[in-house]
Write a protein that binds this ligand. Structure first.
Ligand code: HSE
Length: 433
């Protein structure tokens, strides 16, 4: 069997997991790859005494890996934007294939990186960047290649899902976030998790590779979960819904919807059953129908599973003397469609609304009239007499699907009513029928 030489940059959580699994399962991985995958150099800012590096040269300079002429594949596991971009472009410049787990890098700089890689004739693989150990990029780019994909929706941040799951038991957001950080689920900056930025990185990549459009992270809409209260979670449950932090990408004739947001989903849908730190991605293809990919979205060896699957793909190419077979975004570059990301006002969604109404005669009639004037159809309405306080009473409304522009106008008019106190709480809802 031929040897394929791999250099690992970054020995954090995922780097350590990759080293351990590559070492432990070396024989089975070689059998699958048809070549020996040799870790020939490892670079990291800090060493790790817990890893059995043995004779493998260790360096604190990642460029020792990038500039090592013997190395065929550079595995980028340092994370972040700028240093990772420089590293990857330097590796490509040296004619090396790249495997990365860095979703931020691909979502933000992927178009430029893929162009450079295409010119150099090297592979850049990024399965581990999206939903950790779930092989969803392989599913979307290869397994579903026959399909026109119009909807991709997922729970693609484990920290956010853990927080919302715990809040169902009535716990407060800030308390659960601290716990998620202590458990090691959160990003270095946890606002990336709770404000939806990490999920938007992953959604951008999923949409591009599923729909065949360029990466457009800067146009993704992100809404976090820090404003979600146990009260709304409990009332969504009473209506038969669960609140999940979803990335939703939808392809429409005029453009794509690209949004990360708290979302009500029916309790009966499989995606509502995905709890704790787990991830799931729903992909709707015109031929296959709905498929869902479920599993650990983070963690050392779970993410290493995807990193190594990419290394195996690349090693087969290196050992076989061939070139890239699967295009970077699943479509030949000339087949990518320049579909714009639609502004949020053009998004179509159902809504959960919570209104604090003063207990005056005719309040509900006024609210219903405003909704009707904007073509908004009410699916259900709940008025909680038992929670009547200070002359105010909560009214909860679930609507059918409507354009966000209409809902914005309706909310503006409702908030201007003297019979309504404060702001209307709005959470989007999806049925995924
Ligand atoms: N912070 C991320 C999450 C890690 O919670 O999902 C995996 O990308």
């Amino acid at each position: 069997m031929k040897d394929v030489n791999v250099g690992i940059c970054g020995l954090g959580t995922v780097g350590g997991g990759t080293f351990n699994v590559l070492t432990r399962n070396a024989a089975i991985i070689a059998g699958r790859a048809g070549c020996n995958i040799r870790i020939t150099r490892v670079a990291s800012r800090r060493g790790r005494d817990d890893l059995a590096l043995g004779d493998i040269p260790f360096t604190t300079d990642i460029y020792d890996v990038v500039n090592d002429p013997a190395i065929d594949v550079v595995v980028e596991l340092i994370g972040g934007y700028d240093a990772a971009k420089e590293l990857v472009l330097a590796a490509i410049g040296n004619g090396k294939h790249v495997v990365t787990a860095n979703k931020a890098l691909i979502a933000v700089h992927g178009n430029e990186i893929f162009e450079a890689a295409a010119k150099a004739g090297v592979v850049v693989a990024y399965e581990a960047g999206v939903a950790g150990g779930i092989p969803v990029i392989k599913a979307v780019r290869e397994g579903l290649a026959a399909n026109r994909i119009d909807t991709i929706a997922g729970i693609i941040n484990g920290t956010g899902n853990y927080i919302l799951t715990e809040m169902r038991a009535g716990r407060e957001f800030s308390e659960v976030l601290k716990e998620a950080q202590a458990l090691g689920y959160a990003e270095a900056d946890p606002t990336f998790d709770v404000e939806g930025i990490d999920a938007a990185h992953k959604l951008t990549i999923l949409a591009a590779s599923g729909f065949g459009v360029p990466l457009q992270f800067e146009k993704a809409y992100t809404e976090g979960i820090s404003g979600i209260t146990p009260y709304d979670i409990a009332h969504a449950e009473l209506l038969g819904y669960r609140v999940k932090h979803l990335g939703i990408a939808r392809r429409r004739e005029e453009g794509i919807e690209l949004r990360v947001q708290p979302t009500l989903v029916p309790q009966s849908h499989l995606i509502a059953q995905v709890d704790g730190v787990l991830n799931a991605v729903l992909v709707d293809g015109d031929a296959v129908g709905q498929t869902m990919y479920y599993g650990p979205g983070a963690g050392d060896e779970a993410t290493a599973s995807s990193v190594i699957a990419d290394i195996v793909d690349v090693a087969r190419i290196v050992a076989g003397g061939g070139g890239q077979t699967v295009p970077y975004l699943g479509f030949a570059p000339e087949a990518l469609e320049d579909l714009p990301v639609l502004p949020m006002e053009d998004v179509q969604s159902a809504y959960y609304l919570r209104i604090q109404a003063f207990d005056h005669p005719g309040v509900l009639a006024k609210v219903a009239a405003i909704l009707s004037e904007h073509g908004i159809n009410i699916e259900s309405i709940m008025q909680k007499e038992s929670e009547f306080k200070d002359g105010r009473i909560p009214v909860i409304i679930l609507t059918h699907t409507v354009q966000e522009r209409q809902m914005n106008l309706a909310i503006e008019e409702m908030e201007a009513l003297a019979d309504i106190d404060g702001q209307v709480v709005r959470i989007r809802a999806e049925n995924f029928n």
